[in-house]
Design a protein around this ligand. Sequence first.
Ligand code: F6P
Length: 554
Amino acid sequence: MTGISSTPQWKALEADAAKLTRVPMRDLFEGDAGRFGRYSIEAAGLFLDYSKNKLTDEVVDHLLALAVAADVEGRRAAMFAGEAINATEDRAVLHVALRAAATDAYSTAGEDVSAAVRAELKKMKGFCGRIHQGVFKGYSGKALDTVVNIGIGGSDLGPQMAVAALQPFWLGGRRTFFVSNVDGQHLAAVLDEVDPERTLFIIASKTFTTQETMTNAKSARAWFLENGGGEGDIAKHFVALSTNTEAVAAFGIDKENMFQFWNWVGGRYSLWSAIGLSIALQVGFHNFEKLLAGARRMDEHFKTAPLAQNMPVMLALICVWNRNFIGASAHAILPYDQHLARLPAYLQQADMESNGKRVGADGSVVAHATGPVLFGEPGTNGQHAFYQLLHQGTDIVSADFIAPAISQRALGDHHEKLLSNFLAQTEALMRGKTEAEVRDELSRESKTNAEINALAPHKVFPGDRPTNSILMERLEPETLGGLIALYEHKIFVEGVVWGINSFDQWGVELGKVLAREILPEIAAAGEEKPQAKAHDASTNGLINKINAIRRKGG
Ligand code: F6P
């Protein structure tokens, strides 16, 4: 579908966008009492209001026609059927199988995967039970109440986000730390906080070859051995989550202490697998099961709801509309819940590693824009940082506002204030403030004409900034599961419409290869290195500059 932009459905949307250029969104709300009802969907414990987008019924019809032209339903069926839709890696994409009901049977290449998933979940459950009951003990006989998860990308961001999001569900006395960066300061700071006798290290890596994770894992192992643990105690303090049994064994982790997953689970879609062990240990396996159940509800909805009432499909089509026809090049994720502080970072990988592609399935360069730049911060913090640009900048930035109606930690009127900000921002972004309104306001403040003329342009808000609002009753394991699955399927649908493979990530390779080449050229502290010559002038110059500093400072 590289040629989606030459289809009549695409052209119809271009014409719609041109027609709507001079129609302010506030006018679309005027005299249309049914807009909120028509442009909202409820599913899996979530409520989506997408009415504050520049949409008309005609646009929605054309977007749905575009989804049909791109064969969203066919591709969705192929994904659920375990076909190798990740063509460049010849892999199925079956993260839905990780949260399947006990009666579901998923398979790929003629092989049932559900039994293996259930067996691994059972193993995780048993392990969590033994840790929580203090049966699985550290080398000195103490219970392991601290977890250090060492992983990066999908082996870090998902569990880290979920553990933070579910803070009210943490089991008393348990702590979880996440170490991802190869910058040794990250690991060092965490090791300062933990007691080797009571710490379980989880080495999380799909490939078990990732430089950052392997470096941190080796340093953690060395620290453990230097701080009281012996070689024979490694099995009591180190477990691995991986698809690579041989590499895990080569690292010295017993097969019994390995929790496996499979190559049909993409790294950024893996928190439902063994990669979620740190979540289950921190909130209890029963809550991890609720997280899976929430995602399963969204999967069911995605699989069965008609396109027009399908939350992930509509969210994706709106993103396509804003990206390709309204001109939004960036998309903000704005959770109005402090516990969702890591959601933007998690979705950055999920979305940008999936849809940051420029080549279609047939290998030709696509003729349309694909994934936007994603960023975000929890509200209300972002309001005092980058919202200025959202309101009055020269670029259109679309945004998802996400909030629970009820806080898990009610404190005075904090949540009412938080929600009023959430609502005010989406209203302001949609309505804006016209020059006439500004002038009227300034004259009521008794400003002179000269003052009004000087100030008015600065106080105008163009409005027409597209937003979606996603509500839930409370942020809890089920709703979190539904929310993450919503975004996973949304990303998939966008990729289908754009005609790209959302499940590979070749774009991360080049930098990794070059870093391996450059590593031996970096001087150890105090070391004299020959002048770098193999690169471009900038890279050579920077290597030489760094080495000169390190030689003197060593
Ligand atoms: O470099 C990108 C990436 O491959 C991600 O896709 C992945 O989530 C991350 O690295 C970590 O990979 P692994 O789990 O194999 O260590």
